[in-house]
Design a protein around this ligand. Structure first.
Ligand code: ATP
Ligand code: MG
Length: 231
């Protein structure tokens, strides 16, 4: 089954007098359970592609299907619902709410999904344990290391049991050990739950460990290679 199907995605940006193609007729198919890295130089279109997959940005042309839904045909509300229920996002900046504890940060998203208080608490505790943060649930982001904060962000992303996780430079602010642990965690979630990952990254350590490495340049996919992931 396809987790993602893109046909001729076109996204243009106005830059001064110029029209720049952030995405230049991109075709992409990702099967459920794949672990994919998007690489390529700065400005090659990685973030623009993730935004298109997540329905965060409108397209100028083309079709995107995610979780069986035709994203470009959805209303703004329907897209928000798709993101809330089917897609988990992990960003370079952890985007946690500073005044809330780790537990409350995870519960907050589930509150938006209308889950009961008890359900939220149980699920939040379970996913925080799954990402290795048992015992740290009451800490606020400022009381956690960068790696730990990123794991709270991962717990938040998977709390809704999404089919797909989109991550944009998730290791950019992490030291080597934390980056390596984060990739271990992603691979573990991929193996255990069949969760599909698409990760935009400049990080060689991340690229080495993915099973499919896509390279972008000037808004196009210029290479798409399946590889044996290094342990
Ligand atoms: N909001 C915007 N307005 C104008 N141009 C934009 C906008 N967003 C992206 N672009 C342009 O689209 C192209 C692709 O940008 P994008 O952010 O997707 O690159 P990227 O591969 O994610 O780069 P990086 O590795 O630096 O994060 C670039 O030329 C960029 O300048
Ligand atoms: Mg980017």
């Amino acid at each position: 089954m396809s987790a993602i199907q893109c046909r001729k995605l076109l996204k243009q940006f106005v830059q001064g007098e110029q029209l720049v193609r952030g995405l230049d007729e991109v075709d992409l198919e990702v099967e459920a359970g794949e672990f994919v890295c998007l690489s390529g130089p700065s400005g090659s279109g990685k973030t623009t592609l993730l935004n298109a997959l997540g329905g965060l940005d409108s397209l100028d042309a083309g079709q995107v299907q995610v979780a069986g839904q035709q994203v470009e045909q959805l209303s703004k509300n329907q897209r928000a619902k798709l993101r809330l229920t089917n897609i988990g996002f992990v960003f370079q900046a952890y985007n946690l709410i500073p005044v809330l504890s780790a537990l409350e940060n995870v519960e907050f998203v589930m509150q938006l999904q209308g889950r009961s208080k008890q359900e939220r608490r149980e699920k939040a505790l379970a996913v925080l344990a799954e990402v290795g943060l048992q015992g740290l649930e009451a800490r606020r982001p400022s009381q956690l290391s960068g790696g730990q904060q990123q794991r709270v962000a991962v717990a938040r992303a998977i709390a809704s049991e999404p089919d797909l996780v989109l991550a944009d430079e998730p290791t950019a602010n992490l030291d080597s050990a934390s980056a390596s642990q984060l990739i271990d965690l992603f691979l573990q979630l991929n193996a255990k739950h069949g969760l599909t990952f698409v990760i935009a990254t400049h990080d060689q350590r991340v690229m080495q460990r993915c099973r499919r490495l896509i390279t972008m340049q000037d808004g196009k996919i210029i290479a798409d290679v399946r590889q044996d992931a290094a342990a």
